[in-house]
Design a protein around this ligand. Structure first.
Ligand SMILES: NC(=O)C1=CN([C@@H]2O[C@H](COP(=O)(O)OP(=O)(O)OC[C@H]3O[C@@H](n4cnc5c(N)ncnc54)[C@H](OP(=O)(O)O)[C@@H]3O)[C@@H](O)[C@H]2O)C=CC1
Ligand SMILES: Nc1nc(=O)c2c([nH]1)NC[C@@H]1CN(c3ccc(C(=O)N[C@@H](CCC(=O)O)C(=O)O)cc3)C=[N+]21
Ligand SMILES: [Mg+2]
Length: 300
């Protein structure tokens, strides 16, 4: 048995704690200067188990850094018009610096319509087309939290990205597409050559094997297997799927998109699920809220 304590695990939880401590120090300074503390609001529609957990984690994280937070809950029979009216209330509430509408929404509500109704200045999810467009153009923007969290996590782990081939699996508007754009940017923390893969990609396993960095954002438990990963690659697992497990008190286990048992021994560095990308998402949401409150992106 080996006694070595070195590990290739990327500790997203600790990195997120570091970022939250930095935010808390800024909030303390704002308070000391007699200024208003940042205030995040979250709209949660319905009773999806995962959504409830994430929103609860966001509210707890606000408390941890000294933000004010408001959770607005609605039943899943809320009409689109009613939800849009709530969004507009928050848009015009001077107390609220930023807010999110937790996804997914019930089928009768068009998420694009709701996202477009959020004032870009308060869109701390970074999902509004104004923020996406500004990100693509390389202008200051409120950046989507999971993609910026991945870039920040690589940077704080000292993982070199410049010139590396990054294969992103999944092209959603909230993870795969924006992370591929950010990683390809001419930034010290990016500068990757990016390949964006999706369900129509041919020879996916072969393409993955050419990656220096794999980002898996698919939503299919243990999709990325050992044969898809080059020894020495860095593996970022975004997936968080609840899989039923009767042996657990909660009744489920959280599974990533990477077959951890197969891939971890090969990878030079790998994020666990839980404790990897998820906590970083929350830390970056708080950072966006601080930026919104300070009027950093859209001066007030
Ligand atoms: N940790 C965190 O902070 C976060 C975690 N997540 C998790 O990340 C995962 C992905 O979320 P999200 O991006 O919203 O998912 P979506 O369901 O919106 O997108 C999934 C993507 O994966 C692609 N895909 C599906 N099957 C395959 C396949 N067999 N081969 C290749 N590509 C495939 C789809 O392709 P196509 O476009 O062709 O359909 C699609 O682009 C989920 O588990 C989610 O819970 C999400 C956000 C934050
Ligand atoms: N408007 C909106 N914004 C989002 O950012 C958003 C969303 N909708 N809908 C769903 C996805 C998913 N998402 C996660 C956030 C944190 C964890 C997280 O903290 N995960 C913990 C574990 C949490 C648990 O125990 O379930 C971890 O990975 O360690 C996971 C997933 C944000 N999303
Ligand atoms: Mg989705």
């Amino acid at each position: 048995m080996s006694l070595t304590t070195t590990s290739n695990l990327i500790d997203g939880k600790q990195t997120a704690e570091d970022i939250k401590a930095e935010i808390a120090a800024e909030v303390a300074a704002l308070k000391a200067a007699g200024k208003k503390v940042p205030h995040l609001a979250a709209i949660l529609v319905g009773h999806d188990g995962g959504s409830e957990t994430y929103v609860r984690n966001k509210v707890l994280a606000c408390e941890r850094v000294g933000f004010a937070s408001t959770l607005l809950r609605y039943e899943d029979d809320i009409t689109e018009a009613e939800l849009l009216a709530k969004v507009d209330e928050l848009n015009h509430d001077p107390e609220i610096d930023g807010f999110i509408v937790q996804l997914p929404l019930p089928k009768h509500i068009d998420p694009e319509k709701v996202i477009e109704a959020i004032r870009p200045e308060k869109d701390v999810d970074g999902f509004h087309p104004m923020n996406i467009g500004r990100m693509v153009a390389g202008l200051p923007a409120l950046l989507p939290a999971t993609p910026s969290g991945i870039v920040e996590l690589l940077a704080r782990q000292g993982i070199k990205t410049s010139g590396k081939h990054c294969v992103v699996i999944g092209r959603s508007n909230i993870v795969g597409t924006p992370v591929s754009i950010l990683l390809a940017k001419n930034l010290d923390t990016a500068n990757c050559t990016v390949t964006l893969c999706h369900s129509r990609t041919q020879n996916l396993a072969e393409i993955c094997r050419t990656a220096d960095i794999v980002v898996a954002a698919i939503g299919r438990p243990e999709f990325v297997t050992g044969d898809m990963v080059r020894p020495g690659a860095v593996v970022i697992d975004v997936g968080t799927t609840r899989v039923a497990d009767a042996t657990k008190k909660s009744g489920y286990v959280l599974k990533g998109d990477v077959n951890f048992a197969e891939v971890a021994p090969l990878a030079s560095a790998i994020t666990p699920v839980p404790g990897g990308v998820g906590p970083m998402t929350i830390a970056m949401l708080l950072l966006n809220t601080l930026r919104a409150a300070k009027g950093e992106i859209y001066p007030r």
